[in-house]
Design a protein around this ligand. Sequence first.
Ligand SMILES: *Cc1c(COP(=O)(O)O)cnc(C)c1O
Length: 477
Amino acid sequence: MSVISFSSSSPSSVASQSLLSTQTYRSTAIVANEPLDKQGQFNYEAARRYFPAQIIVDMRALTQNMKRLVAETKKYNPQAQVLGVVKADGYGHGLIASALAALAGGATWLGTAKVSEALLLRQAGIGPDRAHILGWMSSALDAPYEELILNNIDLGIGSFDAIHAACQAAQQCHTKARLHIAVDTGFGRNGFTPAEFDQALSLLQDGAQRSLLDIVGLYSHLAVADAPQNQEFVRWTDQQIESFNQFVDRMTAVGLKPQIRHLANTAATFSRPDIHFELVRPGNGFYGYEADPAMGTPADFGLVPAMSLQAQLGTIKTLPAHHAISYGRTYITDQETSIAIVPLGYADGIQRLASGSNELGSLHCDHQGGPVRVMTAQGPRLCTVSGRVCMDQFLIDLHGLASDLQVKEGDTVQLFAPGRGAKYCEPTADDWAESADTINYVIYTCLRNRIPRLYVHAKEVLSENDLQLLDQRSILS
Ligand SMILES: *Cc1c(COP(=O)(O)O)cnc(C)c1O
């Protein structure tokens, strides 16, 4: 899978050597604090040449977050295993790299929602000897069940059609389908309701007796586990757990006792050890974020955000006072000031709701745009999206003159990274989520693949073999 859509010549070629020595950049990688080796430097500069922004993923952070989640899980039940959720292209961090980091951190299962991503993991070379893989969403009529079964992918199943399809495919390919039965304990999404469960059980019994189905697991999903301070929500979760246990009893009663019960997401992995069962399914925590900032900061949970997003400034110019910026004239300069272009827009996945407006603008309301950390002669400065986010770019008011601040075109600025938050001039994905009135998950999963995704500390945490599974041009260190 290629994450970078440019072609690069061999770094050992004479041409690229001379390119390296003659071309210098004003600012280097902000995130890769350690010096890059020659190959890493080449990859970084090549990425910058073809796209003026980079997603930098810290493989050490991912691996350590998984170790943290595994330790938290084992603390209560040494037998319990961890499934690293790598759906949605590893929450935007890259499917394969995230999967490999999860395994390096001690996860023994991987999970995706779309079964296409489960297949991609196997195709990348993550075999059944390395990990169980669970795919939990499919359209019963069209999913490639035979291919999934032959690739040793466990199937999350929650409809009668899906049971039929799994039986049929198992018969065709003479291999049992490994199923995890999804049950609706109150989420109202996937899974059998208590009312339809008897019918599901008889179909499952039938499939098991005909040696077509291996009923491996039972699972459900929690609706409000991310608010452990809210007593009403805790009661809802308690009800979901009670319902889940009733499903377990009903399966056991008909001789289909699930070997692997799983219910906990990131929030419940931390706050509800009573429901770790045989397997937990954390996603967001693995990427370094808590499910809801109300629960605390990532640091409170011993997590480190793995992703940083940076960009190189485009045109910088000085505008007089009372000059409108961007579509809709929602932001008007209050004094003479310099404006810089950040070359990322909503087509890159920057939330348009993170646009910034001020009282002088046409909306007559102050809305703090998404934060950007800019290095100036006076130290780091927090700027915010000024005016509306456009398709490929947005603008920031530097609140001063670029010449005084010594901010220049080509300078690297940071949209988010691990840090203490915007008020310390260390903007995070949580700050962007707040500005866009959304959740941190949206901030990183929506970033588009045209932004090069580059990996640091990959060589430190991955084996030589695993390193080979990544796009070599994406490895910085
Ligand atoms: C996304 C998802 C998870 C992970 O949730 P987080 O809040 O990211 O930990 C777990 N289970 C299912 C079924 C999911 O869809």
